[in-house]
Design a binder for this molecule. Structure first.
Ligand code: DON
Length: 612
């Protein structure tokens, strides 16, 4: 059975069918070679910021990129010369005039923006390269990175434009006259004509647009084509000047940064979401593809893509917030420690974030740092479900952390490995205090440390470095000295190093361990194949005792978190113990059921909270 057509594909196909009937506009002929284009050609290509491609029509038809090369070459100029040097030569204002107007700013002779020919020619001159050849090689290479394939120059169009490009030559000499071009413009003009003659397809335009939408990284190849920091500059001039003297109408009706070319291409970008490529050679009087404009207007209308559409503030950025009572470490604690944490757990605040952290959502989350409750001593933040973060969000959090730390409180941050920007900004914004921020690979470890600090403050913690005797083990509560000796003789004293595995998933339940010194944790494998720590044992606790009740294989791996010493009582020895009389057995099993019911209560509380 044929798989159902993806909804987006169905919509672009119906759009293509509808707009194919529009025969308005004229194919450009002022560059003679362009006049050979088939006016019926029409392709639409949508590429999502993660590389999903939807295309219909003439998407593999070659045509020359023309002015659509300009935003990309502007990006190269920014990379090669830096923003200040580029702004010295090219301004950022819409000219309100045609793309080939000889419009330079009075006095300085600076072109108004890099999207009109004067600004574009200047941008080409700023590309690194001793001569035309080197410059154009760099341009073809970088545009190829955006398209995700090696591009070539259509020589026939280049020669056609070079032999008729008198207006551009005039612009070139005007720029030379104002020292905007610092050398004879010939080499730069040839490079400019060549860049306009780079052969692309509608599919290439879609991918190039998606590369900008994806912060400069080509979503199909994963290659960085332009630095993220320059993408917003490129999109800004595309937004304000990309459609020339129709830019206002475009931004009003379509609402996306875009760039058109006289061979009939239009490229539009919805930052963070989508790239659009359209190709149809018939142009309107402004030199923009008629069907291209219609297609983008319809797509914006049907999908609600206008970038000034006001997004709803997503308060769901906070998945869960509460005190330690809400989120516990996996560390199994003594009853005294548990009671203390139950009583004073409010001192630890736990916040789980999710989704994209932008200014609005970070600001919302930062309000949690304005709690006035004096008892709150620590904030533990879980970033494992945060999918992205921009600089302003990182700055907002850094400012919130700063006041929080100044108040003498602590911060623990978990699972931010996919957000390097956060550490970078914290380092920059909190030069002194950033050391006070603790980073963890998993929440249980962070919560455990927060609990430890709180228990230390309450002078109640049993340190895992403290060695205990068998008699101090929870399972041995109420067992007399003689019996303890018997059990010790029946048991094997074992030592393990940090990281050793004491028992593996699936192992037969051949014995249980009394943990006398050190720390060990139980790990399970989640459905996604990740490992998850589910319990941490400290001296006085036992693990593997489930074998006393049933002989199911081990359901978790026990791994040493430090050098560990245990007493291992095999099931055989335990059976032997039963000969010592029912009393001992009752005591041990009584303790076991107490331990298991405590853990069950913990787990129920946790479940109740997870499903709250
Ligand atoms: O410089 C020119 O005139 C052409 N190579 C490019 C102009 C262009 O694409 C204008 N866009 N609508």
């Amino acid at each position: 059975m044929k798989p159902p057509m993806p909804p987006i594909q169905r919509i672009v196909e119906s759009l293509h069918a509808k707009l194919k009937e529009n025969h308005d506009g004229e194919v450009a002929t002022y560059i003679p070679e362009l006049g050979k284009a088939d006016p019926a050609w029409f392709g639409i290509c949508l590429v999502t910021a993660d590389g999903q491609i939807y295309q219909v029509g003439d998407c593999d038809q070659d045509f020359t990129i023309q002015s659509i090369s300009k935003p990309f070459v502007y990006g190269i100029a920014l990379e090669d010369k830096g923003k200040d040097a580029v702004l010295e030569k090219i301004w950022m204002e819409p000219s309100g005039e045609a793309f080939n107007a000889i419009s330079l700013r009075p006095g300085t002779g600076k072109p108004e923006n890099p999207m009109i020919n004067a600004g574009a020619i200047t941008a080409t001159s700023l590309v690194n390269g001793e001569d035309t050849e080197q410059k154009i090689a760099r341009i073809v290479e970088v545009l190829g990175k955006h398209a995700g394939r090696a591009l070539e120059i259509e020589d026939s169009v280049y020669r056609s434009e070079s032999s008729t490009g008198h207006r551009n030559r005039a612009i070139g000499y005007m720029l030379r006259n104002f020292e905007i071009l610092e050398e004879d413009p010939h080499a730069t003009l040839e490079a400019y004509f060549m860049q306009c003659s780079i052969s692309v397809t509608c599919r290439d335009l879609g991918i190039m647009a998606a590369t900008l939408a994806n912060g400069g990284v080509n979503p199909c190849t994963g290659e960085q084509a332009v630095s993220r920091k320059y993408v917003e500059n490129v999109l800004s001039v595309m937004g304000s000047c990309g459609m020339y003297d129709a830019a206002g109408e475009w931004i009003y009706n379509v609402g996306m940064p875009a760039k058109s070319g006289v061979s009939g291409g239009i490229l539009a970008v919805l930052p963070g979401q989508l790239g659009i490529g359209v190709f149809s050679p018939r142009l309107d009087p402004c030199g923009n593809s008629v069907r291209g404009i219609e297609t983008c207007r319809e797509i914006t209308r049907q999908f609600g893509l206008h970038m000034f559409q006001v997004p709803r503030l997503t308060t769901s950025v906070i998945r869960r917030v509460g005190s330690r009572a809400h989120s516990r470490s996996s560390r199994l604690r003594s009853p005294e420690e548990m009671d203390a944490l139950r009583e004073s757990g409010e001192a630890i605040r736990v916040m789980e974030l999710q989704g994209d952290l932008l200014f609005g959502t970070a600001e919302f989350a930062s309000r949690e740092f304005t709690v006035t409750d004096e008892d709150v001593r620590e904030m533990v933040m879980d970033f494992s479900r945060v999918t992205g973060m921009n600089e302003s969000a990182a700055n907002v959090l850094a400012m919130a952390f700063s006041t929080w730390l100044e108040s003498g409180r602590r911060i623990s941050i978990c699972r931010c490995e996919r957000l390097p920007l956060l550490k970078e900004v914290l380092h920059k914004c909190l030069p002194e205090d950033w050391q006070k921020v603790s980073f963890y690979d998993d929440m249980p470890a962070a919560l455990e440390e927060a609990e430890n600090v709180l228990l230390d403050e309450l002078n109640l913690r049993r340190h895992s470095a403290e060695a205990v005797g068998l008699g101090q083990c929870q399972l041995m509560k109420g067992v007399d000295v003689e019996s303890l000796k018997v059990i010790e003789e029946l048991s094997e004293r074992m030592t393990f190093s940090d990281g050793d595995s004491l028992m593996k998933v699936g192992d037969p339940p051949d014995g249980m361990h009394f943990l006398l010194r050190g720390k060990a944790s139980a790990w399970i494998e989640t459905e996604t194949g990740n490992e998850r720590r589910v319990a941490t044992f400290s001296p006085g606790m036992t693990f593997g005792e489930m074998g006393l009740i049933n002989d199911s294989p081990r359901s978790a791996e026990i791994r040493a978190d430090s050098d560990v010493e245990t007493l291992m009582l095999s099931m055989k020895s335990f059976d032997h113990l039963q000969l010592s009389g029912p009393e001992l057995l009752n005591t041990i099993l009584g303790n076991l059921s107490q331990i298991l019911s405590d853990r069950l209560r913990e787990a129920n509380d946790e479940l109740a909270l997870i499903n709250a």
